[in-house]
Design a protein around this ligand. Structure first.
Ligand code: SF4
Ligand code: SF4
Length: 194
């Protein structure tokens, strides 16, 4: 989630920072289990995570993490925003936030994209009963796609559109943009997604 921690203030205006804050507080998707089921903690943040009741755990690879969706999100907003909390929360910046920050997209357009993504997430969640609590929403809808013979056309489109939008806008810019064999061209989807 974006935070005005001063690191960017030299290169962007206060107005732009305010827009970024408005986007993130209207979104909150990265604090949910949409992309990942857990977020990474630095070794010296484990005690802080315990104090925040984030119930940190260690993976088989020895990495400290805490579960998502985060128990500290209220609505779309972090309840410990003004207090010490994990660095991963301060550092994560999705593609959409990156674009808004650099002036490549307007706040209005950004908010419309978040609304659209949430619409697809809700529509899918209404139609599919996910039973595997160990996976992110993205992993679950990928599983659904692999079993697509059991899905109707409308749900297939919702899953495709949702996955496309998550890859297109909510991934970290440092992760490669990926449209794989499951999808039509981005252009085709942009036209079909409403
Ligand atoms: S997913 Fe992106 S826009 Fe949404 S809260 Fe996280 S950083 Fe902000
Ligand atoms: S601590 Fe706050 S910013 Fe970090 S995942 Fe939890 S709700 Fe989100």
């Amino acid at each position: 989630m974006w935070e005005d921690n001063g690191t960017m203030s030299d290169i962007v205006t206060d107005e732009r920072l305010g827009e970024c804050s408005e986007l993130c507080t209207s979104c909150g998707l990265c604090c949910q289990s949409i992309l990942e089921k857990a977020a990474v903690l630095e070794p010296d943040e484990v005690e802080l995570a315990k104090e925040l009741n984030l119930k940190p755990f260690v993976t088989r690879d020895g990495i400290n993490k805490f579960h998502l969706p985060c128990s500290l999100i209220h609505g779309n907003v972090c309840s410990v925003y003004d207090s010490p909390h994990p660095n991963v929360c301060k550092e994560f910046q999705c593609i959409l936030l990156d674009q808004l920050l650099s002036g490549k997209i307007s706040l209005e357009a950004s908010l419309k994209i978040i609304t659209k993504i949430k619409k697809y997430i809700n529509r899918i969640a209404e139609k599919v009963s996910f039973i595997d609590g160990s996976k992110s929403f993205l992993a679950l809808i990928q599983d659904c796609w692999d079993l697509q013979q059991h899905l109707n056309e409308e749900l297939l489109f919702d899953i495709s559109a949702c996955r496309y939008l998550l890859f297109r806008y909510i991934m970290s810019p440092s992760k490669p943009y990926s449209i794989d064999r499951l999808f039509l061209t981005p252009c085709s989807y942009e036209k079909g997604i409403e």
